[in-house]
Ligand binder design. Structure first.
Ligand SMILES: CC(C)(COP(=O)(O)OP(=O)(O)OC[C@H]1O[C@@H](n2cnc3c(N)ncnc32)[C@H](O)[C@@H]1OP(=O)(O)O)[C@@H](O)C(=O)NCCC(=O)NCCS
Length: 184
């Protein structure tokens, strides 16, 4: 019965938001209307388009396909109210550790709070299974670093020459960590 009420509330909540979005479009932000769901293989053409827009050295289709094979991985997309994919994330959880392997929001809708919402979702689902969440980020990616700092991540190390860079050079990765045990 409780489960039934929970489902009813969720459905009503979504229906309400859609109603307000249609009738009073200024009263509902895009972040409220975004939905997260598991990625399917047939989402990959949309995911790859965003990947190519966001990264100078994008993942290939095969790298994404491998993420469906690895049993510790869960792959997520976020959709706007018209079911357009506007972001995605790849998470690995195992041996008490969660790793955000990729998170990427369509440049058209960056800076609106969607990355924060996706990260919050990843933290919530990891918090039940892992003690610490880790991720790597380029030191030059200040926007992403700001997002992670805002969520409570701290710098715990450096991976020398981790990322490809221009002219055959390599760029270091900053390793950030978030203690999940203190949050849940
Ligand atoms: C990094 C990324 C995932 C952030 O997602 P987003 O939806 O644009 O970020 P949000 O709107 O949720 O921002 C949340 C916070 O992050 C920080 N932030 C995000 N983008 C920023 C930018 N361009 N400059 C400065 N701070 C930024 C801010 O602190 C922001 O909070 P505020 O709006 O209250 O100031 C997104 O910009 C992206 O996909 N970038 C390209 C791919 C990438 O670099 N992925 C991360 C690899 S480690």
């Amino acid at each position: 019965m409780n489960l039934l009420n929970l489902i009813k509330n969720l459905v009503t909540y979504d229906a309400d938001r859609e109603f307000y979005a249609k009738v009073f479009p200024d009263s509902v932000s895009i972040v409220d209307l975004v939905r997260l769901r598991k990625m399917h293989k047939d989402d990959l053409p949309h995911v790859l388009k965003i990947e190519a827009k966001n990264y100078q050295y994008p993942w290939s289709e095969n790298v994404f396909k491998d993420c469906f094979i690895a049993t510790t991985y869960s792959n997520w997309v976020c959709e706007d109210e018209t079911e357009n994919i506007i972001g995605y994330a790849v998470l690995s959880v195992g041996a008490g550790e969660a790793h955000v392997i990729n998170i990427s929001i369509d440049p058209e809708v960056q800076g609106l709070g969607i990355g924060h919402k996706m990260m919050t979702h990843l933290i919530e689902i990891s918090g039940k299974k892992a003690e610490t969440m880790f991720l790597e980020v380029r030191p030059s990616n200040q926007g992403a670093i700001n997002l992670y700092n805002k969520l409570g991540f701290n710098e715990v190390g450096l991976r020398k020459g981790y990322y490809p860079a221009e002219n055959g050079q390599r760029e270091d990765a900053v390793i950030l960590a978030l203690e999940l045990v203190s949050l849940f």
